[in-house]
Design a protein. Structure first.
Length: 233
């Protein structure tokens, strides 16, 4: 059994998809980040970085419990554990890893920062920050579209953890300003993944997760966003 700690963010959605795709049994444990649950002593024992998602594999290496944090690392761990969604051929494997890293180091930060400045920063929004991250986000949509014109999936001919990692960040493409009509390869891929049973299961389970986002205190919001008395600048 895998204990899976998370809430509703794209990084958590990745792990839902992978667990559903693999058919691995898991126990979801909500961590309400809007109530600062990620800063509890209990949670930081699991992840000293105080971030979700985290998994604890009760049947880890050597038959002992093993904890994994960071969504990219979790996907790689689950791929190795299950023997699925990561090629064994070395070149094909690193094709997948490269596109996984593009999500982890590029798509996630750019899309996340755009979302922050667009939705959560004080108004009026900082025009430089918003323009910077919107430009990079749309550049990455173009990159995905180009790649998906070369291969069926991001990592190559087979569906992989690179696709699972990237898809959740693109679910809000309309709100992000991506013109899907101008991204036909991306649209084909997006529609393909949207139809997968594991993705549909993730979306259904996400809809049932409750958090205190709408009622979060100013204190907890400031702590979540590292602002106010929690800022170090």
């Amino acid at each position: 059994m895998i204990d899976f700690y998370g809430l509703t963010s794209p990084n958590v959605q990745k792990i839902f998809i992978m667990l559903e795709e693999c058919g691995l049994p898991y126990n979801f444990k909500p961590v309400d980040v809007w109530a600062s649950a990620q800063h509890s002593a209990e949670f930081t024992k699991l992840n000293p970085n105080g971030k979700i998602p985290v998994i604890v594999d009760q049947d880890g290496p050597g038959g002992k419990p093993y904890t994994v944090f960071e969504s990219g690392a979790i996907l790689m761990y689950l791929a190795e554990k299950s023997g699925k969604f990561m090629p064994k051929d070395m070149a094909k494997k690193y094709d997948v890893i490269q596109w996984l890293m593009i999500q982890v180091t590029g798509v996630g930060p750019a899309f996340g920062n755009f979302t922050h400045f667009n939705l959560f920063a004080p108004k009026p929004a900082d025009p430089y920050a918003l323009a910077r991250y919107r430009t990079e986000m749309l550049r990455l949509y173009d990159l995905l579209n180009t790649r998906l014109g070369q291969a069926k999936y991001l990592g190559g001919d087979e569906y992989s953890i690179a696709d699972m990692a990237t898809f959740p960040w693109t679910r809000q493409y309309q709100a992000q300003g991506a013109k899907i009509e101008a991204l036909p390869n991306f649209k084909r891929w997006f529609d393909d993944l949207s139809a997968r049973p594991a993705v549909k299961a993730m979306i259904a389970k996400q809809a049932d997760i409750k958090s205190s986002r709408e009622t979060a205190t100013d204190e907890n919001k400031d702590r979540f966003f590292n602002r106010g008395k929690y800022a170090r600048a």
